[in-house]
Structure formats: C-alpha cells, structure tokens
Ligand binder design. Structure first.
Ligand code: AMP
Ligand code: GLY
Length: 424
C-alpha cells in the first residue's frame, strides 16, 4: 500500500510512524512533512492547502490512500476532490467538516440531534452580542465568547468578567480573526474536567479510540494563555467505563445518527472535546480530525495495524475492525519555542534528540526542519516526547527523563503533564 499523509506537525509524525508499522505498507509520502517525518516517510514539498497539487501527486504516484491531518484542507473540500477523482481518502467531506469549520453549524447540529452541549446564542451584530453578554454574565460564573470560524485555536475566550467578555466580542468583530469573526457565539461557561474522545467512523460504524486528555494552557497548573496543546496522556482516568457508556449513548451514537439523517459522507475521525460536568458529559466542540498532541499519546498505545484500519474506514468496512490497546498508559510532553504561543524565534539548533531516543522515548517532531544536517526549530510547538510506563506516574517520569536530554536556546515545556491522572 502506498500512502500520502497531508500535514507536517507532531500529529502527522505520529500518524506516519504508526502507519509505517503496517504490514502491507510499501511507501509513505508526507506533504509537507518535517525533519522527523523524513525518518519514516518521504517528505514532499506540497502545502496542505494546495489541494490540486496533492491530488495530482496522489494520482501520478499510485497512492492507494490519502490520510488528512489538519482541518483546513478538510474544510476546503479535499475529501470531495479526491473522491471525485476516484482516490481513496481518510477524512470527511466539506459539508461534514463544517462541524469544525463553523461553531454555529456545529451547535445547531448538536441541538438537532439532542447531543448535550453548552447553551449558546449566535450573533452577526456586535451590539446585540454585547447586550446578550451583559445580561448573561450577571449571576453566572462567566461566559465563553467564540469566533464562529476557524481561528487556529485563538478564537475562544473564557471570560469571567463582563469587561473581558465585552472585549472578546469587540475583538471578534474588529476583524482580528478575519471572516471567522463575522459571527460570534456566546456560550454558557461549563465547569468540570475536560477529556478528548476521538472515534473512527465510516458512516455505518463508530468506534471510539482510547480516551485522552490535553493540556491547553501554556504554564504549569493550567495557567497562562491557551495554546494548541502542551502535552497529553492516555487513557484519561476521568473517563470511567460508566462515563464512556454515557458518551457512547449521548454523544457518539446520536452523532452517527445525525450524520446519516443529514446525508453527510463521513469517513475519518470525529473528535469530541468533552466537559465532564455534574450534569454529565457535554460537548465543547467537534473537530473533524485527530487531535494534536492527543494522537501522539493515543497511537503510542494502539496495538493494531493503522494502515489497514484507515483503509477499511475509507472503504466503509469499519465493521470488520476491532481495536486493541496496550494496557500501559502513554504520556506526550510537548517542547515549545520560547515565547510560544506568542511571537517566537525559529532556526535554533536542537541537541540531544538521539540521547532522548536511547532512553526508549519516541520523539515526535512538529516544528522542525533539517538545515544542512542540523535539526533546527521551525515552529511554535517543536517536539512531542512520548513514552509509556507500567502506570501513568512511570510513563510521565520516563517522558521527563527523555525531555531533560533535549535542549535548544529558549526551549520551554510544562513540568506537570498528566498531573490530573497522577493526582498532583
Ligand atoms: P473550543 O475550541 O470550542 O474547544 O474551545 C477551546 C477551549 O475553551 C476548550 O478546550 C475549553 O477549555 C474552553 N471552552 C470552550 N467552550 C467552553 C465552555 N462552554 N465552557 C467552559 N470552557 C469552554
Ligand atoms: N489538542 C487540541 C486539538 O487538537 O484541537
């Protein structure tokens, strides 16, 4: 099997690494890839939004399956384009990708299909949004202000004061997020612990992957600004068997039903960001792709043949698949460039990756490139150091032992990844 992976972050390195272990996998290409992906796949100089070039490449190189990592090409219709050319693709169509591409659409989908979520109202008019915010914040712990469209994780503000909430509304309407801010959602603030539930679906069958938890804030103790994710672990103890049954019944099954009722062609991953509240699980958001860095921790525990699983998903044969997981928990610690998620420098030489790998850790690359034989930083999130252990405490200790071998000028990471599971 010849596979093309679209993307070039830590998630795509983890995907390429796991796909490369497949028994029928002959060749993996990755566009655009990164310096670590080059060890398991051939990097191709095509960007994720150049859909025509990706389709041309897949056709002329006999690619049997294309796996799409990020949301942007999915929201631009990469799956539709590939299917129209008779190419197999793992990822939902453009209409289904709206579940991530528009928070308003996603909220309405949840309402239509009785999926529990935060109450929300959507506004195209700034004055109306401000009035609503002022009325809602009185007597409530806060509100959440969300730009409707894709804003690379930056369009959400959890506001606990009226001032913060009104500033967030102004920011959206100021054009800071481009078209993504033309509509604004104001949501009820949910209280609880978050978990990420990723599930495979081909439209007929839905199979959850092992649970995981991300760490969105930049600093220890869940402080500082939101980031793309500073670390993850799997499984998430907050997702007990009982809670997972409830998530199946209230979220995943109604999701599948909704997809069918609304005529969506969905073959890929659905990622439900869940808040475990006192009133049960509620969906914070749907993403139509694998999470980053959840994927690094989750795939480290997958015992099956990912290429075969994805091929079957794309051929609507997911009912033939049974997933098996390592009993050992996994932890992924993200190392980021100094300054991230704000402005940061690139081109810093990274040392110690080989030493870290000799401890048994898997070092997934995100923002790295090969500069004349040296691995240098080229993004905000740079590496995801991933290890397993007999228990979560050991997995985290193993990850940090490997992290300590790696350095570059300005490197930063959180020291408390998995703290909720370990109980610190
Ligand atoms: P989203 O992109 O919609 O998942 O929002 C990003 C992050 O904002 C989530 O992972 C939560 O930490 C937080 N968040 C979003 N919506 C809510 C909500 N209704 N209540 C509390 N926190 C939220
Ligand atoms: N880790 C959060 C995300 O992938 O959206």
């Amino acid at each position: 099997m010849r596979i093309l992976v679209v993307g070039g972050g830590g998630r795509e390195h983890a995907l390429c690494w796991k796909l490369a272990q497949g028994k029928d996998v002959e060749k993996i290409y990755c566009g655009p890839g990164n310096a670590g992906i080059a060890n398991v796949a051939e990097n191709v100089a095509i960007q994720v939004d150049d859909l025509d070039a990706l389709a041309e490449f897949a056709e002329s190189n006999g690619v049997d399956l294309t796996v799409v990592g990020p949301e942007v090409p999915l929201c631009s219709g990469i799956a539709d384009l590939f299917m129209s050319r008779g190419l197999r693709v793992f990822g939902p169509t453009q209409a289904a990708a709206m579940l991530e591409g528009s928070k308003k659409f996603s909220k309405e989908f949840m309402r239509r299909n009785n999926i529990p979520t935060a109450e929300a109202a959507s506004f195209a008019d700034e004055e109306a949004a401000r009035k609503y915010v002022s009325a809602k914040i009185a007597g409530n712990p806060g509100v959440v202000v969300k730009a409707d469209g894709l804003a690379a994780g930056k369009g959400v503000v959890v506001a606990t004061s009226e001032r913060e909430a009104l500033d967030a509304v102004s920011e959206c309407f100021s054009g800071a997020f481009g078209d993504a801010g033309a509509n604004v959602l104001v949501e009820e603030l949910l209280i609880g612990e978050e978990a990420s539930i990723l599930a495979l679906t081909d439209g007929n069958t839905i199979i959850p992957l092992a649970s995981s938890q991300d760490h969105k804030r930049a600093l220890d103790g869940d402080l500082g600004p939101n980031t793309g994710g500073m670390g993850a672990y799997s499984p998430a103890p907050v997702v007990t068997d009982e809670l997972m049954s409830e998530i199946n019944e209230k979220v995943l099954n109604p999701f599948l039903q909704g997809v069918n009722n609304e005529g969506m062609d969905y073959r890929g991953i659905i990622y439900a960001g869940i808040m475990v509240t006192n009133a049960g699980p509620k969906v914070l958001e749907f993403n139509v792709r694998f999470g980053d860095p959840e994927t690094q921790a989750v795939l480290a525990r997958l015992d099956g043949d990912l290429a075969d699983i994805m091929l079957k998903t794309s051929e609507k044969r997911l009912s033939e698949v049974t997933l098996e997981w390592s009993a050992e928990p996994a932890v992924c610690v993200v190392m980021a460039a100094g300054g991230y998620p704000g402005a940061y420098e690139k081109g810093k030489v990274i040392s110690g990756i080989d030493d870290a790998e000799r401890t048994g850790a898997v070092v997934f690359h995100a923002g790295t490139k090969n500069d004349g034989g040296k691995i240098v930083t080229s993004g905000g999130r740079v590496l995801g150091i991933t290890t397993k252990g007999r228990d979560i405490r050991e997995a985290a200790a193993n990850a940090y032992a490997a992290v300590e071998k790696i350095s570059w000028d300005g490197a930063q990471y959180r020291g408390d990844i998995a703290h909720r599971a370990i109980g610190i």
